[in-house]
Design a protein around this ligand. Structure first.
Ligand SMILES: Cc1cc2nc3c(=O)[nH]c(=O)nc-3n(C[C@H](O)[C@H](O)[C@H](O)COP(=O)(O)O)c2cc1C
Length: 439
């Protein structure tokens, strides 16, 4: 059993052209990262299925060679604002970069979303691996260690700003004429290495106290940040044993930080490819794989490995390459996968075009459920971030086929019990820092 939970946590990672680079070509697939009707319908389907949250990633540069789901995309906070209005229970999570934002803006955006949604907001804290300097009037993209140093301070400032008001500051007493008790409003007066922020934030404490904090980098500094602040950790893991190692190491670091390991949930991404029979599932997978655009996949792998691979022989395995400055953990994962399984560069490109290094589970609903349960019970995951190859079918097959099996085994909820994302995830509402004994 997961160290943490009786039941799995499940999120839906929405990339509206599908997670498989060729998903949009699958017969019957609907697609379009700007197709709000599709995005809304997927979110509503996830809510009917009582999933914990929907998640939207973000990237701040684009090129015509990107994954079809990533060439264009809506700004995620604005998108979640619109989804908050048509949903009631499901968590709403989005990426915001600590390298190309200001803490005050991010605190305000996620605080607002938490108010708008009645306590369903989550922030995926990323340091942004891709060099995005050219879009932000910056001379250069900060290095990996520096990005994480900035992120550490950034998150502390945001958390401090979310505590600008004590919970009971909103008095609105018509008789006494006290609207807001300004004695319960606090400046932050933060002066740090990277940020000077006075505060207070012009927003009262939100329903969750703090929106849920997610972290998605798995390098050393990424795990250190996660261990200190993350309540959910997204990660790409290929094999049960390495996923178990990651899970144990992270939970150990969480405990070393004086935190409860139950309050840091590990959710690897998985791409389920489901068929009524093993043969049908495999045929679906092969159909998707056949459409792989090798040139685009080579760009994707080059991107992740931080160097142009077009000079390498496609039919040979890659040699030992140095890890790039950016995206360290994903590069390591792809190289490990290629060496462990003896993949040629061509095979690696095909697999990376599939799920970008996340685990692909091909099989019947029973087989997919069994594998998920093995990870959950084997202390490799507290839940999963679902990454369907194509929409809406990939999601429907999971909801109709796999969820009933998990429910029958008592491993997934039949109905929401609480109202906030913290309720769904089993996370406590953070006390205001004045009452938690912090300065
Ligand atoms: C499920 C998942 C979602 C991610 N979403 C984003 C994202 O939206 N934007 C982004 O820049 N990076 C995203 N990342 C990448 C990581 O945040 C991180 O930048 C990357 O893994 C490199 O950091 P590392 O060297 O610490 O691993 C995501 C990673 C995972 C596993």
């Amino acid at each position: 059993m997961s160290q943490t939970l009786q039941q799995m946590r499940l999120g839906l990672f929405i990339q509206a052209a599908g997670h498989h680079a060729s998903g949009w070509r699958y017969p019957g697939a609907q697609s379009g990262s700007e197709n709000i009707a599709l995005i809304r319908n997927l979110t509503l389907a996830a809510e009917r299925a009582c999933l914990d949250m929907v998640f939207f990633g973000d990237k701040l540069v684009t090129s015509g060679k990107d994954h079809p789901s990533m060439i264009v995309r809506f700004e995620p906070l604005t998108l979640l604002g619109s989804l908050a209005a048509v949903t009631e229970r499901i968590g709403l999570a989005a990426t915001a970069s600590t390298t190309y934002n200001e803490p005050y803006t991010v605190a305000r955006q996620f605080g607002t979303l938490d108010h708008l949604s009645g306590g369903r907001a989550a922030w995926n804290v990323v340091t942004t691996g891709y060099d995005s300097a050219a879009n932000f009037s910056r001379a250069s993209h900060p290095k990996h260690d520096q990005r994480y140093a900035i992120a550490e301070e950034f998150v502390d400032v945001v958390r401090g700003l979310w505590d600008s008001f004590e919970d009971d500051a909103y008095v609105r007493n018509a008789e006494t004429g006290v609207y807001l008790d300004v004695n319960k409003m606090h400046r932050l007066d933060h002066q740090g290495e990277h940020f000077d922020v006075a505060g207070p934030l012009n927003l009262t404490r939100s329903p969750q106290g703090h929106p849920v904090l997610i972290q998605a980098g798995s390098s050393g500094p990424g795990m250190a940040l996660a261990a200190r602040i993350a309540e959910v950790v997204f990660t790409a893991q290929q094999a049960l044993d390495t996923a178990q190692d990651f899970y144990r190491e992270l939970k150990r670091e969480v405990v070393a930080q004086g935190r409860d390991p139950h309050h840091c949930l590990v959710m690897p991404g998985i791409m389920p490819i489901i068929g009524a029979t093993p043969v049908e599932a495999q045929a679906r997978f092969e159909q998707l794989q056949q459409w792989t655009d090798l040139d685009a996949a080579l760009v994707l792998v080059s991107d992740r490995l931080g160097q142009d691979l077009s000079g390498f022989d496609l039919d040979q395995p890659l040699p030992d390459l140095p890890l790039p400055e950016n995206m360290k953990s994903r590069a390591k994962l792809l190289l490990d996968m290629s060496h462990r399984d003896g993949l040629t560069l061509r095979q690696l490109c095909h697999l990376a075009a599939g799920a970008r290094g996340h685990k692909i589970l091909v099989g019947t609903p029973e087989q997919v459920a069994d594998e998920m349960i093995a990870w959950f019970e084997g202390e490799a995951a507290d839940g999963f971030n679902l990454m369907p190859s194509h929409f809406p079918e990939g999601l429907e097959l999971f909801i109709d086929g796999v969820l009933p099996i998990l429910r029958k085994r008592g491993l997934f909820r039949h109905a929401y019990e609480g109202r906030t994302l913290r309720d769904h995830l089993g996370l406590p509402r953070p006390a205001h820092r004045r009452w938690a004994g912090e300065p």
